[in-house]
Design a protein around this ligand. Structure first.
Ligand SMILES: Nc1ncnc2c1ncn2[C@@H]1O[C@H](COP(=O)(O)OP(=O)(O)OP(=O)(O)O)[C@@H](O)[C@H]1O
Ligand SMILES: [Mg+2]
Length: 302
């Protein structure tokens, strides 16, 4: 449940995943955290990928901080490891670095690999509203398995490309497998399509049909358009929300819409899972975050 300021916190834990590489997992992780942060939610982002996609996207120099490896293999706490300086509003990051790939050899042979996140998540649930886990592109890696095993929600990231159709079916089957074998309470929060070409309506329709067949009601209204400003921001170590005049960047607004959908689903979990949840008024949600309605004529730049 996402709680408002002043209430006791009990964070919900969202894994952003897909075993395919380069499908927008890290981009969604940082932007969803930043967008929820703009909505006043306190977010912890844990980078579970040795390739450190979220860490780099947030401009944290890889190798300069202890982070996920220490969180999972020592008694270090979230408070001592979280980076907050230079992060988007209300976002704290546990950074990753390449040595995270050696985690298997650092864990005691008696430790259950599926539970290595539990100590950290127990602590994080009390202090944050949302915990976002950015996973790497391999379900064989132990931090991915642990994320799948310990999360409340799975947000599936998929590129809107014809080659993604097969990958999407595979990813959905994989989540069903996780639910059967590891974590029966893991629910799919939704499938986010990214790099969507507005003209490719037929492709988008096909992708949405795959989701509708496998998981009725789990598609998001929001899709993230193809936008050069996203890799540009990433190259500068920032989210769109840290760019000048971000309110005029359409992709940033889409991420605000996505955050509103995410929060609505989490806050109304039972209705959502039953398939009876009415969609939120996304224009009103965005307007209230911005403090004013967006004027389409002002919108610039991807
Ligand atoms: N909407 C978009 N428009 C254009 N480029 C995008 C968009 N979203 C993401 N990208 C770019 O696509 C590339 C892959 O995205 P990202 O790193 O988020 O994927 P990933 O799934 O985390 O990859 P990996 O599996 O390697 O961790 C990045 O260069 C990113 O900047
Ligand atoms: Mg990544």
């Amino acid at each position: 449940m996402v709680r408002r300021e002043g209430e006791g916190r009990n964070a919900t834990v969202i894994t952003v995943g897909n075993q395919k590489g380069g499908v927008g997992k890290s981009t969604h992780s940082v932007h969803l955290a930043a967008a929820l942060g703009k909505r006043g939610r306190r977010c912890l982002l844990i980078d579970l990928d040795p390739a450190a996609g979220s860490t780099k996207h947030l401009g944290v120099p890889v190798n300069s901080f202890a982070g996920t490896l220490e969180l999972l293999t020592t008694d270090e706490t979230i408070e001592s490891l979280a980076v907050v300086e230079g992060m988007p509003d209300n976002v704290a990051l546990i950074p990753a670095r390449p040595q995270l790939s050696e985690i298997e050899s650092l864990l005691s042979k008696y430790v259950d690999r599926t539970c290595i996140l539990d100590r950290a998540l127990d602590a994080a649930r009390a202090r944050f509203d949302v915990v976002i886990l950015d996973t790497g592109p391999s379900a064989a890696f132990c931090t991915t398995v642990a994320a799948y095993s310990s999360s409340d929600w799975f947000l599936l990231s998929a590129f809107a490309h014809p080659l993604s159709l097969g990958g999407l079916t595979e990813a959905l089957a994989d989540i069903a497998d996780v639910r059967r074998a590891r974590n029966g309470s893991l629910e799919v929060l939704g499938v986010v399509f990214t790099a969507v070409d507005r003209r490719a309506t037929r492709l988008r329709g096909q992708l949405e049909e795959v989701v509708a067949r496998a998981l009725p009601g789990r598609r998001f209204e929001t899709a993230i358009p193809q936008a050069i400003v996203i890799p540009e921001a990433s190259g500068r170590g920032r989210t769109l929300f840290q760019m000048p005049r971000w309110e005029l960047i359409p992709s940033a607004i889409e991420y605000l819409r996505l955050a509103a959908e995410v929060e609505h689903r989490i806050n109304n979990r039972e209705d959502f899972l039953r398939g009876t949840l009415e969609p939120p008024d996304l224009d009103a949600e965005v307007a209230s975050t911005l403090g004013h309605a967006v004027t389409p004529s002002l919108v610039v730049n991807g």
